[in-house]
Design a protein around this ligand. Structure first.
Ligand code: APR
Length: 257
């Protein structure tokens, strides 16, 4: 299970870290409160704040970091049952984790839907407008096209309910870089069997880890340092670096602005 904290080492701000979190940096949009940026009622009234945020979060401007490549390595070693992520930066796919191994619980920029006629679009079709600060409009009906990011109050993707079969099968749960503040995603952390060890890799204890189950392990501090410690204990340091080097060679050079 992952949240925005695994992407801050890639330069993507998280939501709630004091000072650096997105919710502390939306003043210029005169939002009634920070989360309004992800509320449909506010979006229909004024989509501009969301699209300004989308410009910062849109896939393509950041690179996966060691945390993402660690999950890819778990998959390569056939240890990954599934990765549940709240993130919308697309860095899991970019790290080479196959889509069928992913549940992007809060949606994705990979696809978009017209808010008026519900026509579907590829995220790439919106990129030029989003990068230019222009609100993407549907050529069919002129409605505003919204990336398939789950807004507060919206249904989670149907794929989220895969957890009903995944979590009872898990024999280890790793939770990385999330405040576990948002339901129903946060509740997944308590839905593995009582005998299953849970490892939290996060700056601070969060959610049901504050209560501490007997087999909980907390690796507190920077997520990259925590993953490095775990990978070292597993004897996988060389393999992980080899994976990251191969990924760096394949990654397209960062387009200069
Ligand atoms: N190393 C370790 N922990 C980190 C790091 C880091 N480099 N960076 C951030 N963190 C921790 C923060 O301390 C915090 O506990 O990661 C957590 C990030 O929490 P949030 O900012 O709340 O992000 P997240 O949990 O993903 O938010 C959940 O809230 O607004 C909604 O839909 C949005 O998906 C998002 C959801």
């Amino acid at each position: 299970m992952a949240g925005a904290g695994i992407s801050t080492p890639s330069g993507v701000p998280d939501f709630r870290s004091p000072g650096s979190g997105l919710y502390d940096n939306l003043q210029q949009y005169e939002l009634p409160y920070a989360e309004a940026v992800f509320e449909l009622s506010f979006f229909h009234q004024n989509p501009r704040p969301f699209f300004s945020l989308a410009k910062e979060l849109y896939p393509g401007n950041h690179r996966p970091n060691l945390s993402h490549h660690f999950v890819r390595l778990l998959h390569t070693k056939r240890q990954l049952l599934r990765m549940y992520t709240q993130n919308i930066d697309g860095l899991e796919r970019q790290a080479g984790i196959p889509p069928e191994m992913l549940v992007e619980a809060h949606g994705t920029f990979a696809t978009a839907t017209c808010t008026s006629c519900l026509r579907e679009y590829e995220g790439e079709e919106l990129r030029p407008d989003v990068m230019r600060g222009v609100i993407p409009k549907c050529p069919t009906c002129k409605g505003v096209v919204k990336p398939d990011i789950v807004f507060f109050g919206e249904e989670l993707p149907r794929r989220f309910f895969q957890y009903l079969t995944d979590f009872p099968q898990a024999d280890l749960l790793i939770v990385m870089g999330t405040s576990l503040e948002v339901e129903p995603f946060a509740g997944l952390a308590g839905s593995v069997r009582g005998s299953v060890p849970r490892l939290l890799i996060n700056r601070d204890p969060v959610g049901s880890f504050c209560g501490r189950r007997p087999r909980d392990v907390l690796l507190l501090g920077d997520v990259v340092a925590g993953v490095r410690t775990l990978v070292h204990a597993l004897g996988w340091t060389q393999e992980l670096h080899a994976l990251m080097e191969a990924a760096a060679e394949k990654a397209p050079t960062k387009t200069e602005e």
